[in-house]
Design a protein around this ligand. Structure first.
Ligand code: FE
Length: 233
């Protein structure tokens, strides 16, 4: 009876020591209480940036895109009219370089940002739409030997595009204008031209159409022309 009581005391003592040892060990209370997803994130964030698995980075790329498209959608009333098509003219060259800036060192003229959205008639932004621009320089001269002031780009996930260039000059019979081709992925190609308000030569140009006037704002570094294209998807 006595030895049985001693055994029970030893077992009790060992149990108490184990409990004390467990209490003395540091405990990550956040790791214990956090949901499994948070725990995984805290473990991942402790790793060096270079060793983070691709699978962890991928979802974070999609989140800002959704937020951005929800906050910067352009003004548009459905059904929107398709953007007017105009003649290509004699100076188009295929296979222009992909770039968002046509500016080059030493290039004269007024700096111009051309920006806007490519939309469907339902006012839905079209991501990855192709826009191919070509224009004259500030003296009204096209580069037909190379690709100066020629370039194409694609709309981002929100359907937006931005091109840095210069204001084109006038040439005989033509007011200031920028040629552009626009195409939604797998859609038909729209060929048209953009114009600028307040240019006297607009009234003397038989091709000019006020439906293709960009909204132009002056900034400290030049001008910003905004135009939204509405195309068949
Ligand atoms: Fe032209």
């Amino acid at each position: 009876m006595i030895s049985e009581k001693r055994n029970l005391n030893w077992i009790g003592t060992i149990g108490l020591l184990l409990l004390l040892a467990a209490c003395a060990a540091p405990i990550d209370s956040a790791a214990l209480t956090a949901p499994s997803a948070t725990r995984a994130a805290s473990v991942t964030s402790a790793l060096p940036a270079t060793s983070q698995p691709t699978a962890t980075i991928a979802p974070t790329k999609a989140i800002p895109t959704q937020t951005t498209s929800a906050t910067v959608l352009p003004a548009c009333t459905s059904p929107a009219a398709l953007t007017l098509a105009q003649t290509e003219g004699p100076y188009y060259k295929a296979k222009s370089p992909e770039r968002t800036a046509l500016l080059e060192p030493g290039m004269g003229g007024t700096k111009l940002i051309v920006t806007g959205y490519v939309l469907t008639k339902d006012c839905q932004p079209i991501a990855n739409a192709w826009l191919d621009f070509w224009q004259a320089d500030d003296h009204g001269v096209y580069d037909n030997a190379g690709y100066r002031l020629r370039g194409h780009l694609f709309t981002d996930e929100t359907g937006r595009f931005t091109l840095a260039t210069i204001l084109p000059g006038e040439y005989p019979g033509r007011t200031e204008h920028i040629h552009v081709k626009v195409q939604a992925p797998n859609g038909p190609i729209l060929t048209t031209q953009l114009y600028f308000p307040g240019v006297a030569a607009n009234d003397r140009d038989s091709i000019f159409d006020p439906a293709l006037l960009a909204d132009v704002q002056d900034t400290a570094t030049g001008k910003v022309a905004t135009f939204n294209f509405v195309v068949q998807p």
